[in-house]
Design a protein around this ligand. Structure first.
Ligand SMILES: NC(=O)c1ccc[n+]([C@@H]2O[C@H](COP(=O)([O-])OP(=O)(O)OC[C@H]3O[C@@H](n4cnc5c(N)ncnc54)[C@H](O)[C@@H]3O)[C@@H](O)[C@H]2O)c1
Ligand SMILES: [Zn+2]
Length: 681
C-alpha cells in the first residue's frame, strides 16, 4: 500500500513539473510574444489540473507557479519597467453557473454582516489590461499589467488612442484600470491587410491588441485604431464612493469611456438569466468579449472578503464557451461537389468546440491553404463562429517539429481519376468529367433535397448504392426506379415497405411547383428565392430557356452573374435533354395560374441583402432572419458593397460605422423596417 502511494505521488510530481513547464511556455508566448500556442480554454483546463494537484500535495507549492502568479515575467527591455503602487490582479474564472453559485455562497459565509448583497455584472473585454495615472487631472502615465507587480510604461502609445481622455474636467489625482482592445472591425481590416502582404495573421483581436500596444512605433498604434474601455477606479472609497457602480458613474462623469454595460443584480438566478442573454448578445458588440465579470458592488466589503495572491475573492469571471480550440491536422480529404469543384476538408484529431465534438473543418480552397501555410501535422486553431461548419483559422508555426508535410494540389480527381482543371486566375480546381460519380451523386442529392423536389428516402448512402448498381445515371432515372421495384427490394434487405414509400414519394414529387423544379435543376447562383423570381418572370421553361441577357437582367433580383449562369446552363445540350425527359416524366415546367401572384414575395425584399446589428426590440435574431427570408430577402453576415439594408437596433457598433461609409446601403431603424414590411402585407 505504502509503495503504491509513493508511486502515485512520484507520478503526480512528474505531472506537476510537466504542467508548470508547459504552462510557463504558453504564458511566455502569450504575454511576451502575443502568440497563443493553445486556446484559452485549454490553458485554463491545464491550470485547473495543476491547481488540483497542488492542493493534493501542498508540500510542492511554489510561489512562482502559474497557479499563484499573474501574467508572465517581462522578457524584453523595450519599455521602461514600472512598479505598480497597487498590484494589478487577475480574476478567478468559471465556466458554469454552478461555480457562480459557489462563489456567492463563499462570500455570504465570509462576511459577518447579515445583508443582501448586490452584484455588478459587466462584460469581460478580451484585450490587455492597462492602468492610467492622472495627476492634477492630467494623464501622466500608462502601464501594462506585466506580472501584476511590475508593468511596462506604454504612455507614448496610449496617447495615440483617440478615445483616451488626456485631461480630466477636474484637476484630481486618480488611477483607473481598463482594457485596451482592437475593435472587431479594425481586427478584420488588419488581418486582411496582413493577408495581402503575406504576413502572419493574428489569431484573435486580443493577440493583435497586445502586439500593437507593445511595440515601439506609436504611429502603428494610431493606424490600427486601438481603443480602450475602463472598468475600475483604484481607491474609489478615498473619493467618497461607496459602491463599484457609483465609481463607474463617476468615471463616466469624467468623460472616461466605459462599455456602458453595468447591471446590478441580486440573486444567482438573475445572474444566470443575464449570462444566457449575453452569451448570444455579445455577438453584436463591436469588440471581442471572452466572458462576463461579476463583482460585489459594496466597496467596503472587499477587504473583508479578501484576496488570494493572484485574484480578488469578491469578483469572478464567467467565461463563455470557447469559439476557438487547437488540435492537430491529420490529413486532407478532397471532396468533389455537385459542380465538380474540389473542396479540401481538414481531418482533425477530435476536439470539443462550442459544445460539440469536431473532427473535420473546412479549408475553402488550395489558395487559402497556401496563403495560410497550413501543413499536415500542424497544430491548428479551429473556430466556430456564426457558421455551422468549423473553419481552420491558422496553423501554429512556432510549434512545428520539422516533420510537417506541405499540402500538394491534386492533379487527378480523387473519385474518377480524371485530370483536374483550374481556370486561369481562378482559385477553384474542378473535375470536368461529366460522368464523375461524385458529381452525379451531388446532383441527385440536390435534386431530391428539401428545398427542391423533396423526395423522401433517397439519402446519400442509398443514392451512392443506386449509382453504383447502375440504376441512376442522371436525375431522370429517378422516375424509372419503379421499373426495378423487385430488384430494389432485394438490395441490402431494403424491404418492400421502404421501397414502396420511396416510389410513392417520387410519384408525389411530380406535383412540385415550377419554382421548386427550377431550383432542383441546380443552376449555379440560383437559390430558393431567385428560383421563385425566375418562375414568376418566365411563367414557363420554354420562355426561360430562350431569355436573353438583357431580358434576364431586367428582372428585379437577377444580376449579371446569375444571368450568365442561366444562359450557360440552358446552352448545354445535356441539360436540354434532361429537361425534355423530365417534361415527359410529368414534372411541372410552368407556373399555375393561381401562382402568378407568387405569395410572400415583397418587392422591397425580393433578392435584396439584409443585415441587422445592435439590440432589437421587436424581434429575436432568429425571428428577424426568418422574417427577411420569408419575404424573399437574404441575410448577410457582414457589411459589404452587396448589402442593401442595414437594420440598426440599440447600441449598434462597428457594422453601422462601416455601413455609413458605403453610400448604396440604406440604413433603417427597426420601426422603418417594420413599415417597409407592412406596406406590402
Ligand atoms: N492561450 C494561451 O496560450 C494562454 C496563455 C496564457 C493565458 N491565457 C489566457 O489568459 C488568462 C489569464 O489571463 P489573465 O490573468 O489576464 O486573466 P483573464 O483574462 O482570465 O481575467 C483577468 C483580466 O480580465 C480583464 N478584464 C476584462 N474586462 C474586465 C472587467 N470588466 N473587469 C475586470 N477585469 C476585466 C482584466 O484585464 C483582467 O486582468 C487565462 O485564463 C487564459 O484564458 C491563454
Ligand atoms: Zn471526378
Amino acid at each position: 500500500m505504502e509503495i503504491k502511494k509513493r508511486i502515485e505521488e512520484l507520478n503526480d510530481l512528474e505531472k506537476i513539473v510537466k504542467l508548470r513547464e508547459d504552462l510557463d511556455k504558453y504564458r511566455n508566448s502569450y504575454y511576451n510574444d502575443n502568440i497563443s500556442l493553445i486556446s484559452d480554454y485549454e490553458f485554463d483546463m491545464l491550470l485547473k489540473e495543476l491547481e488540483g494537484l497542488e492542493e493534493k500535495y501542498p508540500q510542492y507549492k511554489e510561489i512562482s507557479s502559474p497557479t499563484t502568479s499573474v501574467g508572465a515575467s517581462l522578457k524584453e527591455n523595450k519599455f521602461k519597467k514600472v512598479e505598480h503602487i497597487h498590484p494589478m490582479l487577475s480574476l478567478a474564472n468559471s465556466y458554469n453557473i454552478g461555480e457562480i453559485v459557489d462563489f456567492i455562497e463563499r462570500i455570504k459565509k465570509k462576511i459577518s454582516k447579515e445583508q443582501e448583497l448586490k452584484y455588478c455584472l459587466e462584460v469581460k473585454l478580451d484585450g490587455l489590461s492597462i492602468s492610467l495615472t492622472y495627476r492634477q487631472g492630467k494623464l501622466v502615465r500608462a502601464v501594462t499589467r506585466g506580472d501584476g507587480l511590475i508593468g511596462e510604461d506604454v504612455t507614448e502609445n496610449i496617447l495615440e488612442i483617440a478615445s483616451i481622455v488626456k485631461t480630466l474636467p477636474q484637476a484630481i489625482d486618480m488611477e483607473i484600470r481598463g482594457e485596451v482592445v482592437l475593435p472587431l472591425a479594425s481586427f478584420e481590416k488588419l488581418n486582411n491587410e496582413r493577408l495581402e502582404k503575406e504576413e502572419e495573421l493574428f489569431a484573435n483581436p486580443r493577440n493583435a491588441a497586445s502586439g500593437t500596444l507593445r511595440q515601439l512605433d506609436s504611429k502603428i498604434v494610431k493606424d490600427r485604431c486601438l481603443d480602450a474601455y475602463f472598468y475600475f477606479l483604484v481607491e474609489a472609497d478615498k473619493l467618497g464612493l461607496k459602491s463599484h457602480s457609483e465609481s463607474i458613474k463617476f468615471l463616466e462623469s469624467m468623460g472616461i469611456k466605459t462599455t456602458g454595460i453595468f447591471e446590478l443584480l441580486e440573486t444567482s438566478k438573475d445572474i444566470e438569466k443575464r449570462i444566457n442573454y449575453w452569451e448570444k448578445e455579445r455577438e453584436n458588440l463591436p469588440y471581442e468579449t471572452d466572458g462576463l465579470v461579476i463583482k460585489v458592488d459594496e466597496i467596503n466589503l472587499w477587504d473583508e472578503i479578501g484576496y488570494t495572491s493572484k485574484t480578488p475573492r469578491w469578483a469572478i469571471a464567467y467565461k463563455f464557451p470557447a469559439h476557438q480550440v487547437s488540435t492537430i491536422l491529420n490529413s486532407i480529404t478532397w471532396q468533389v461537389g455537385r459542380t465538380g469543384k474540389l473542396t479540401p476538408v481538414a481531418e482533425l484529431q477530435e476536439v470539443e468546440l462550442s459544445g460539440s465534438k469536431v473532427k473535420r473543418a473546412s479549408l475553402h480552397n488550395i489558395s487559402e491553404i497556401q496563403r495560410k501555410d497550413i501543413r499536415i501535422g500542424d497544430r491548428v486553431f479551429i473556430e466556430k463562429a456564426a457558421e455551422i461548419i468549423p473553419q481552420v483559422v491558422k496553423s501554429i508555426k512556432e510549434d512545428r517539429t520539422g516533420n510537417e508535410k506541405i499540402i500538394e494540389e491534386p492533379i487527378n480527381c480523387p473519385v474518377c481519376n480524371h485530370k483536374l482543371e483550374r481556370e486561369e486566375g481562378l482559385v477553384d480546381i474542378k473535375c470536368v468529367n461529366e460522368e464523375c460519380p461524385a458529381k452525379v451523386q451531388g446532383e441527385i442529392e440536390y435534386f431530391v433535397s428539401r428545398d427542391a423536389l423533396n423526395i423522401m428516402g433517397l439519402g446519400s448512402k442509398i443514392v451512392e448504392k443506386f449509382i453504383d448498381l447502375g440504376y441512376i445515371k442522371t436525375v431522370v432515372d429517378i422516375f424509372d426506379l419503379k421499373n426495378h421495384r423487385e430488384a430494389l427490394e432485394n438490395i441490402d434487405k431494403m424491404g418492400k415497405k421502404s421501397i414502396e414509400n420511396l416510389l410513392n414519394s417520387i410519384e408525389e414529387s411530380k406535383n412540385r411547383d415550377y419554382d421548386k423544379v427550377i431550383y432542383a435543376l441546380g443552376i449555379a447562383e440560383i437559390g430558393k428565392v431567385t428560383s421563385k423570381i425566375l418562375a414568376k418572370a418566365s411563367k414557363n421553361i420554354d420562355k426561360l430557356m430562350t431569355m436573353t441577357f438583357e431580358e434576364l437582367t431586367s428582372i428585379d433580383g437577377i444580376g449579371e452573374i446569375a444571368a450568365n449562369e442561366i444562359i450557360t446552363f440552358f446552352k448545354k445540350e445535356k441539360n436540354q435533354k434532361i429537361i425534355e425527359s423530365l417534361k415527359e416524366k410529368g414534372l411541372k415546367f410552368e407556373i399555375k395560374e393561381s401562382e402568378t401572384n407568387v405569395q410572400n414575395i415583397n418587392p422591397n425584399f425580393a433578392g435584396k441583402n439584409f443585415l441587422f446589428t445592435g439590440t432589437l426590440k421587436h424581434f429575436t435574431r432568429e425571428q428577424i432572419k426568418e422574417e427577411i427570408e420569408k419575404l424573399g430577402g437574404k441575410n448577410l453576415s457582414s457589411v459589404s458593397k452587396n448589402l442593401d439594408y442595414l437594420i440598426v437596433g440599440e447600441k449598434a457598433g462597428s457594422k453601422l460605422k462601416k455601413a455609413q461609409e458605403i453610400p448604396t446601403i440604406k440604413i433603417l431603424t427597426e420601426e422603418e423596417f417594420i413599415e417597409l414590411k407592412d406596406k406590402f402585407d
